[in-house]
Design a protein around this ligand. Structure first.
Ligand code: PEP
Ligand code: MN
Length: 337
């Protein structure tokens, strides 16, 4: 449930409510807005049955929260969250472009790509060091050496860097080298990994599971935030449907739905959503128009030589052209990049 305080409630009124909540063994979550303060209550609300908070004069009203996710719920936190990642932020005023290869392959491949995507307007370099491949015989990633190359790329370019983690061991290594950890679609409901990502206190990019509902996705975010890590950014990357013309089906409606249900930023990955290079630009524009806070796009110096996801990767020229085309779309949405 959430407790909406009256606009004239002062800090002692708020403290009083917090004390009652804590006395009952529940956790308060305070959100101070410009006019009113909202206090979310996490835990079994039946414990408050003998403490009728709605009779306290400084309380305006009490609203039950029926969704099982609370900390990721907009009702608990009406303002949009802004998440810092290295030297950049993801949130309502920016269009954050994350770009880079599907997998880190060589030093030369990564450094060339980092410079090219930075020149075009990206602020975050992506690249996989631990690749969750469908076949165990496909390239699995450079692991710790790949992370070291990401660290080198961020030092050489000033870009922030994001890398997927697939295990506890990968998290332990990645926190030394990157600015943001990615939990991939296949691990969205790996609850132990989500808790570990929460305990890392690092910014987390949480991709939507291949067959996850929005409710399941926000509950996955809740696992991370419940460990004391509010730094979560969601990524819509397409879901599996009966359609076979694209690799997945981009659920573009997830953007406004997430915006209404949650305060967390959401970005769109049109590369994994479609699996087809030609569809990346139109869907990027669609994502910006629906209110996405950013995009994640795969870029490779030589897509046809890529060890993974070549057919959906853009060349440097295609990526630069797309960024130029996106600028007026971003401006229309009041976002800069
Ligand atoms: C990726 O971004 O490298 C990736 C594997 O994406 P997803 O988890 O969305 O399939
Ligand atoms: Mn990929």
């Amino acid at each position: 449930m959430i407790i909406i305080m009256k606009p004239n409630a002062d800090s002692s009124d708020i403290e009083h409510i917090i004390e009652i909540i804590k006395e009952k063994g529940l956790a308060p979550h305070i959100s101070v807005g410009t006019n009113v303060t909202i206090i979310g209550v996490i835990g079994d609300k039946t414990k408050l049955q003998d403490a009728p908070l709605d009779t306290i004069p400084s309380v305006d009203r009490i609203i039950p929260v029926t969704e099982s996710y609370k900390l990721s719920n907009r009702k608990f936190h009406p303002e949009n969250s802004i998440i810092s990642v290295g030297n950049t932020t993801i949130g309502p005023n920016n269009l954050t472009i994350m770009a880079g290869p599907c997998a880190i392959e060589t030093e030369e491949q990564l450094m060339q790509t980092a410079l090219a995507v930075k020149k075009a307007g990206a602020t975050i370099l992506r690249g996989g060091a631990y690749k969750p491949r469908t076949s165990p015989y496909s390239f699995q990633g450079l692991e710790e050496y790949g992370l070291q190359l990401m660290d080198q790329a961020r030092k050489e370019t000033g870009l922030s860097v994001v890398c997927e983690v697939t295990s506890h061991r990968a998290i332990e290594s990645a926190i030394k080298y990157v600015d943001m950890l990615q939990i991939g679609a296949r691990n969205m409901q790996n609850f132990e990994l989500l808790k570990e990502a929460g305990r890392s206190k690092m910014p987390i990019l949480l991709k939507r599971g291949i067959a996850a509902t929005i409710d399941e996705w926000l509950n996955a975010a809740e696992y991370i935030i419940a460990e004391g890590n509010p730094n979560v950014v969601l990524c819509e990357r397409g879901i599996r449907t009966y359609e076979t013309a694209t690799r997945n089906t981009l659920d573009i409606s997830a953007v406004p739905v997430i915006k209404s249900k949650s305060h967390l930023p959401i970005i769109v990955d049109p590369s994994h959503a479609t699996g087809v290079r030609d569809y990346v630009a139109p869907l990027s524009k669609g994502a910006v128009a629906t209110g996405a806070d950013g995009l994640m796009i795969e870029v490779h110096p030589c897509p046809e030589c890529a060890l993974s996801d070549g057919p959906q990767s853009l060349t440097f020229e295609q990526f630069e052209q797309l960024c130029n085309q996106l600028k007026p779309y971003a401006a229309l949405e009041g976002r800069s990049f």
